[in-house]
Design a binder for this molecule. Structure first.
Ligand code: SF4
Ligand code: SF4
Length: 284
């Protein structure tokens, strides 16, 4: 495929992506990530910052060398979907207050894969549940920059984006990274109630999101105190980000709902509201 055909295919993919409700689609290469990136990630894990997320150490090699996941890949297509909407419920992270994004975004990647397939490509997709380093791809493609809260920050909606990733054998013209605009802002670091954000990034051991979503087993007394009234996740370092203030309403209807639960929800109530949302895996 010559460069003009590649450009036309990219335009077609982007038009389809926007019509599906994605806020952006950008492309980058699938080259190995740099030795510096690899060293930083390894050091973060070796220092115990990843807490009980042992799968991160296991997938380190694939994160750094994405072709270990899909040897034929020539391009990575990165998609962002805005999930912002106003919600008074602060005990449950906003991303978890709607339909499970793994399913919603996963379904929306299929028409894009079909376009690539028709162009002769072979594809593999990822929505958070693969060893691929999605945030690093998002930075490389210029979907946003890596904020001090470790999330992908976009100028138009701050930290309120889900990511989807397609690795394809088709060669497409790559986009460029965008400038990191955190500058001297420290709002997320200062607002974190447990000082989980530091020079090395996120210390998951202290992060309320990790404690209430990922941590296996019973929380210790200290961990319970850190979690406070949070039931599933914590949005404090997202809500203070100036780029997310005044974010537009999510375009995808499945991400527009606001969860309503009682002041002291029982396990049964949580099980009921968790059905079909990202909380479903926690409250079975
Ligand atoms: S999610 Fe909450 S606890 Fe974790 S880093 Fe952000 S503000 Fe701190
Ligand atoms: S709050 Fe400030 S430092 Fe944190 S991610 Fe947003 S812009 Fe960057």
């Amino acid at each position: 495929m010559d460069i003009f055909a590649q450009e036309r295919l990219k335009v077609k993919l982007k038009e389809e992506a926007l019509s599906l409700g994605f806020s952006d689609m950008r492309v980058c290469t699938v080259e190995d990530f740099s030795a510096e990136d690899a060293e930083r990630l390894k050091l973060w894990i070796d220092c115990g910052m990843s807490a009980g997320m042992f799968y991160l150490a296991r997938s380190l090699e694939t994160k750094i060398r994405p072709r270990k996941f899909f040897a034929e890949a020539n391009s990575a297509i990165v998609l962002s979907a805005n999930f912002y909407r106003p919600s008074r419920e602060r005990r449950i992270a906003l991303y978890a207050q709607g339909a499970d994004y793994h399913d919603v975004i996963g379904r929306k990647l299929l028409p894009l894969c079909k376009i690539l397939e028709d162009a002769g490509g072979r594809q593999k997709c990822s929505v958070d549940a693969s060893p691929l380093w999605e945030k690093a791809f998002a930075v490389r493609a210029g979907i946003g920059w890596r904020g001090r809260n470790t999330l992908i920050i976009r100028r138009d909606n701050g930290p309120w984006s889900f990511l989807g990733l397609i690795l394809t054998s088709v060669k497409l013209p790559a986009d460029s990274p965008v400038e990191n605009c955190c500058a001297s802002c420290m709002k997320c670091v200062e607002a974190c109630p447990t000082s989980a954000l530091g020079k090395m990034g996120l210390d998951a051991n202290k992060c309320v999101s990790y404690l209430t979503i990922e941590k296996k087993g019973v929380l210790s007394g200290d961990e319970m105190r850190m979690a406070g009234d949070k039931i599933f996740g914590c949005d404090i370092c997202l809500r203070v980000c100036p780029f997310g203030v005044g974010a537009p309403l999510a375009e995808i209807p499945e991400f527009q709902s606001e969860l309503k639960i009682s002041d002291a929800p029982t396990k049964d109530e949580l099980r009921l509201v968790a059905r079909g949302t990202p909380m479903g895996r926690r409250f079975k």
